[in-house]
Design a binder for this molecule. Structure first.
Ligand code: NAD
Length: 361
């Protein structure tokens, strides 16, 4: 297979971690007979420095022409950088919003997986962790409350603010299809989260999800109210496989789920459009405090590249190999500084990448 990948190293630790992910992809190519062609574009602070805007139209078009995008991170020290003395739409993070919108990336997937080797970092008690957990939160990313009409007005001398939450059936159907497709590659269990006891948008959500479920008889579907879901996420996380939910609920639940893994440097993510196209990136930011030191953990980006193999290129065996290599390196006791524990061997960004590469054969 020949895949055209646009890379966006971005700012801070971005270039360091994207380099390692490309090393891993190249090794996958060698072992399994694929070629990955890379084209780099600028986004974020580095694009502001070069062109005065966080994302140029040309860069967006280049991304659109690719098979998938691999992103490091964008942004700098928010309180202490020339990039932030400008209007919000000219700041580095505006590039992220522009590329998500420009590429119509409506489906956000964030896995929360607990490596037994890192169980000490998990804030939950051992009896709750049990045999660990392995879930993905599937969040609708371009609709709902964050994109609805909003305004603030004075009514009878009192300030009043209004936000609106709108979903149409097409927006719900396309994300539900993605969630069921992904469930078919996993343990075939979807929990759809809503607030159908109160919200009309949630009642429509539930109806459409049930319609989509009819096309996936192998997948078990359950519904859960969002407040009910927040509790078992920390009391019995092992019960979740695919959690499907709308934008705001997903924003909150995906942060909750990622926090119980205990290690931000390990968390991958993907944002997909209606086809197989997606943008893959670590869940963390550009970590300006450690940029250039060669100590950043590249694993979240490497696991994001594994998601790219699985979801954009349907290379499940290759994705499994990358995930197994990460697992093997952790089992051998190698750790970057953010996940360092007693008795383990501390390694830097490039060395961690090399170790993972060595395990792919
Ligand atoms: P951050 O995730 O960059 O860093 C939080 C803490 O985690 C820091 O101490 C950092 O050193 C550490 N950390 C993060 N990733 C790590 C890794 N791979 N290895 C080791 N340690 C790691 O969050 P922040 O400090 O709030 O934000 C920094 C910048 O990143 C800001 O400009 C913010 O806007 C931007 N940001 C970008 C994205 C993105 O590009 N998708 C996401 C979040 C934040």
């Amino acid at each position: 297979m020949n895949c055209k990948i646009v890379t966006i190293p971005g700012d801070g630790i971005g270039p360091e971690i994207v380099r390692e992910a490309c090393k891993v992809l190249d090794r996958v190519g060698e072992v399994y007979g694929h070629t990955f062609e890379y084209q780099e574009i600028l986004m974020g602070g580095c694009s502001i420095d070069a062109y005065g805007v966080p994302l140029t139209d040309e860069a967006l078009e280049t991304a659109r022409q690719s098979d998938a995008v691999l992103l490091g991170a964008v942004g700098g020290n928010v309180g202490n950088s020339r990039w932030y003395d400008v209007a919000p739409n000219l700041r580095p993070e505006a590039g992220l919003l522009a590329i998500r919108k420009g590429l119509n990336l409506f489906a956000n997937i964030r896995p929360a997986y607990l490596y037994s080797e890192l169980a000490e970092a998990c804030p939950l008690k051992k009896e709750i962790i049990g045999n660990g957990f392995d879930m993905v939160i599937m969040r609708e990313l371009t609709g709902g409350l964050y994109f609805g009409e909003r305004h603030t007005e004075e009514v009878d001398g009192v300030l009043q603010a209004t936000d609106t939450l709108t979903y149409n059936e097409n927006e719900i159907r396309r994300i539900a299809i993605k969630a069921f497709d992904i469930a078919m590659k996993r343990r075939k269990h979807v929990i759809s989260v809503d607030k159908a006891n109160v919200l009309d948008s949630s009642r429509l959500w539930r109806k459409v999800v049930e319609e989509v479920a009819k096309d996936y008889p192998e997948v078990k579907l359950e519904h859960m109210l969002v407040d009910n879901c927040a509790m078992p996420l920390v009391m019995n996380p092992g019960q979740f496989d695919v959690v499907l939910t709308e934008n705001m609920f997903g924003d909150i639940l995906s942060d909750e789920a990622s926090m119980i893994t205990g290690s931000i440097g390990m968390l991958s993510s993907a944002s997909l459009n209606e086809s197989k196209f997606g943008m893959y990136e670590p869940s963390h930011g550009s970590a300006p405090d450690i940029a250039g030191l060669g100590i950043a953990n590249p694993i979240a980006t490497i696991l994001s590249a594994a998601m790219m193999l699985r979801y954009s290129f349907d290379l499940d065996r290759e994705a499994d190999a990358v995930e197994a290599a990460v697992q093997a390196v952790l089992t051998e006791g190698y750790r970057t500084v953010d996940i360092m524990a007693e008795g383990c061997r501390k390694v830097g960004t490039a060395q961690m990448g090399d170790l993972i590469v060595k395990h792919i054969q």
